[in-house]
Design a protein around this ligand. Structure first.
Ligand SMILES: [Zn+2]
Length: 272
């Protein structure tokens, strides 16, 4: 589905959103979990383009639900996998691989686990982790020459090497998982570590300077109205509370989230 000229939210993707940026040479931002490679390729064909014109597979951060199909998409199209260096680790042979892991890798402290309702770890059984070779790393202010330029902002917090790519032609901001699009307002992802929350807030405050027409999120629909005010409004609310206060304030939501994401099929079952 075309969100704004040249920017498509690819349909039928499991896990995160995958967004196609269409120019002479094309880019994809995130790929969802493993198994989406063919869907992305068919989408490219459905708009009358050749999958071999895909040049960049941009990964906003290493989490499996964003990077899971990067390797297969690379194999299907030849496109290069691109991420920030902090999302990679070097093998003894000197290959740069994407870190393997998920949102819960650090795990909540026990007391919060109990509060949120422990549901076992069913979901990890359906998740496939692949070796994903990163062919090119990007830093703050690098520009990928696609559709007027995709400028990279390094926005550590959710993960150390999270990036927010900014399309400078059509003024689209890609927020990855650094900001969540809830029904009535934007919010920040939960992090157990207070220092990381501060780090995320520092990153998000830099987004205040941007002027965007559209915001794309790692999950859920895009935001097309009042983007700048909503992004600024988010950083007006302090996030520097102790973890227990945040958990208590949000425990119903957290519990629900925990329940849905641990259901078998959640990550892999059809369109959401
Ligand atoms: Zn994430």
């Amino acid at each position: 589905m075309e969100i704004t000229p040249g920017v498509h939210r690819i349909t039928d993707i499991n896990g995160s959103n995958a967004v196609l940026i269409v120019d002479e040479q094309m880019a994809v931002v995130d790929t969802g979990i493993s198994g989406n490679g063919e869907s992305i390729v068919s989408y490219i064909k459905s708009i009358g383009r050749d999958p071999r014109d895909l040049r960049w597979i941009l990964v906003t951060h290493f989490h499996f639900d964003h990077s899971g199909s990067a390797q297969e998409l690379h194999e299907l199209t030849g496109a290069k996998i691109v991420s920030h260096r902090a999302e990679t680790e070097l093998t003894p042979e000197g290959k740069s691989l994407l870190i393997k892991g998920n949102e819960g890798a650090e795990g909540p402290p026990k007391i919060y686990s109990w509060l949120m309702g422990r549901r076992g770890n069913k979901r990890t059984q359906e998740i496939k982790y692949h070796d994903t070779e990163v062919h090119e790393t990007v830093e703050e202010d690098d520009v990928i020459p696609c559709l007027g330029g995709i400028r990279i902002m390094h926005t550590p917090g959710h993960t150390p090497g999270s990036i927010c790519p900014v399309l400078e032609g059509p003024r689209v901001l890609f927020l990855g998982d650094s900001v969540l699009n809830n029904i009535n307002r934007l919010s920040r992802p939960l992090m157990w570590d207070r220092n990381r929350r501060r780090e995320l807030d520092t990153s998000l405050r830099r987004l205040r300077e941007l002027d965007s027409d559209v915001a794309m999120f790692g999950h859920g629909p895009p935001l097309t109205d009042d983007v700048n005010n909503k992004v600024r409004g988010l950083t007006d609310r302090p996030y520097d509370l102790p973890t227990w206060k945040i958990v208590l304030k949000n425990w119903r939501t957290l519990r629900k989230w925990r329940e849905t994401t641990s259901k078998p099929g959640h990550w892999g079952a059809g369109p959401k």
